[in-house]
Design a protein around this ligand. Structure first.
Ligand code: FE2
Length: 248
């Protein structure tokens, strides 16, 4: 049996499959109909879908990195479903398996839910996130992490990542955030080392981190209070902090 976490939101469930060292792959599901958001690793994802008899309606891709698109053609063939990625990634052929593209004008309805596409470039040029307003859920992959944010790859930019984080910060504060990596501990130690956390809060967070199996999902309310990357008010401040994190 493939190990996964399952969070229930009324009639819907989010299944989180841990893959590789620290990735999560997500399935949003209702009555055994599902939407796969990225695929970090073919085997556990394909197996989990089979074991749980979930039939996919679509595969949504946040960005083209290998740990988000592994085996998507095979999974799409197994479920006879379409693969949709961002317009930027589609036009530059970064996700050659994709059947069509999405942008902020796309009206995407799957498994009875409206998916709002939010363009969140920065980690990569073509990164998108998926927001389901009716459930207060955001799938933002490698844009925002708990207590951190994604790295800027050569095709991304600090400026656009800052803008994307600002966009996310404007969503309702009760938004539940599913990010694609379990990086919270290392983000916490970075913030602590650089005295960016109130020491009292820091002790409390550390206790919680050491006791919890997973720190995803997080909430926008929590991140707005504690995530220094999300709290930056200028692009310069953000770039300085992100570069400091890159140094380790
Ligand atoms: Fe990535």
């Amino acid at each position: 049996m493939i190990k996964a976490f399952k969070d229930v939101y009324g009639e819907y469930s989010v299944h989180m499959i841990p893959c590789r060292e620290d990735n999560y792959t997500f399935i949003l599901e209702k009555n055994k109909c599902g939407v796969l958001i990225d695929s970090s690793l073919y085997e556990p994802v394909s197996k989990y879908l089979k074991e749980n008899q979930i039939k996919l309606e679509a595969i949504l891709i946040t960005h083209h990195h290998y740990d988000h698109v592994d085996g998507i053609k095979e999974i799409a063939d197994e479920h006879e479903c379409r693969i949709l990625c961002s317009q930027v990634d589609y036009e530059r052929d970064a996700v050659p398996e994709a059947h069509d593209f999405l942008n902020e004008d796309s009206a995407l309805k799957l498994i009875g839910l409206d998916f709002k596409v939010i363009e969140t470039p920065g980690h990569t040029a073509g990164h998108i996130s998926f927001y389901i307003e009716s459930l207060d859920l955001l799938f933002c992959a490698d844009t925002l992490f708990s207590l951190g944010c994604g790295r800027v790859f050569p095709d991304g930019s600090f400026e656009s990542l800052f803008t994307s984080l600002q966009k996310i910060s404007k969503l309702p504060e009760n938004t539940i955030i599913y990010c694609a990596h379990e990086y919270t501990k290392s983000n916490f130690y970075f913030l602590s080392k650089n005295s960016l956390l109130d020491p009292l809060k820091g002790d409390e967070i550390e206790r919680r981190l050491l006791n919890e199996q997973r720190t995803v999902p997080t909430s926008l309310k929590y991140e707005t209070h504690l995530n220094s990357f999300l709290k930056c008010s200028t692009q310069e401040e953000f770039t300085h902090l992100r570069k400091l994190k890159d140094k380790g």
